[in-house]
Design a binder for this molecule. Sequence first.
Ligand SMILES: Nc1ncnc2c1ncn2[C@@H]1O[C@H](COP(=O)(O)OP(=O)(O)OP(=O)(O)O)[C@@H](O)[C@H]1O
Ligand SMILES: [Mg+2]
Length: 348
Amino acid sequence: MTTKEAVMASLNTIAVPGIPRSVVEMNLVRDIAINDHRVDVKLAAAAINKDTQDALKSQIEQMWGRLDGVTSIGVTFEEIGPIEVNNITNVIAIMSGKGGVGKSLVSGLTAIALRRQGFSVGILDADITGPSIPKMFGLNKIPEGSDNGFLPVISKTGIEVMSLNLLLPDENEAVIWRGPVIGKAIAQFWEEVLWGQLDYLIIDLPPGTADAPLTVLQRLPVAGIIIVSSPQDLATMIVKKAVSMAKLMNKTIIGVVENMSYLYVREIDKKIELFGSSKGQEMARAAGAPLIAQIPIDPELARLCDQGDIESYSSQDIERLGKFIAKTELNFPEGSLECKSCGNKCSH
Ligand SMILES: Nc1ncnc2c1ncn2[C@@H]1O[C@H](COP(=O)(O)OP(=O)(O)OP(=O)(O)O)[C@@H](O)[C@H]1O
Ligand SMILES: [Mg+2]
């Protein structure tokens, strides 16, 4: 006779249409009941629309032949929203205060580095008025969804992405929204996107220390922050404000990434410090956290970002960044409520 483990293993081969992740990886399985020769599977509807539900139902019903002693399978859907289903272990915010220093780039590279180590990773683009993640990853598919929410769009290497730009009919359209509406959109991306089971959710914050970063740090269970800076004096000054904000809100700073640290010119084998000497260590002292990467200005990186092919980039700096984050033990943020669904300190 079959077991729940065997049913779960079979369900793990059933991909959610439009997403190359299984119903198990998307944390949709709510219950499995085995009675004699019949198996009943209950799935969360979350952001899955009726057509997709029907497609999943018929795929799962046909699974019976693979299960020992099973002659029929029934599938039902429970009407619960994505927030009840999502199970995200670590939420990491990428923050700077200063515009244009490379937050989105570092968000993308961090996600890529973690993904290459085998983790399941998502990126929530919290830059509602200036979203740049889809462009870097070459994504333009409109997210699918139901009345309860949206499915993320999946990148070439399997990173889940949600950004307002994916939802706009024209990616060049301006979004002219005030703070409270922006805050609401970010909260919706947290609550109404089916992220499923993720090891890491990376949040790309917009510049500044006002509405959007505040919403993210107050309302989302951010376990750690990566501070992005560049060697310019002006950047150092403004980034220190972001560090103060993180500290005021009792958030753990994982480390500092200095972007545009230098330009390496191969012909003369020399590093040129275009924006002056590194301020990375100074920033790390201010943040009370280590300097975890110094990313050079790399024309190849700029080209890949413009072509939507950032996932083809590789460098030792990025590999080190991923390894450092993976070995950093992050605690679920203090003050976060225990989960209503499972009683653990998780992100439900
Ligand atoms: N180290 C680098 N080498 C080459 N190009 C870079 C580098 N860092 C950033 N860029 C380029 O600079 C641009 C700005 O970077 P990015 O969008 O990551 O900055 P940001 O801090 O997120 O900006 P914003 O404040 O507008 O959100 C990008 O188009 C990226 O391609
Ligand atoms: Mg950005």
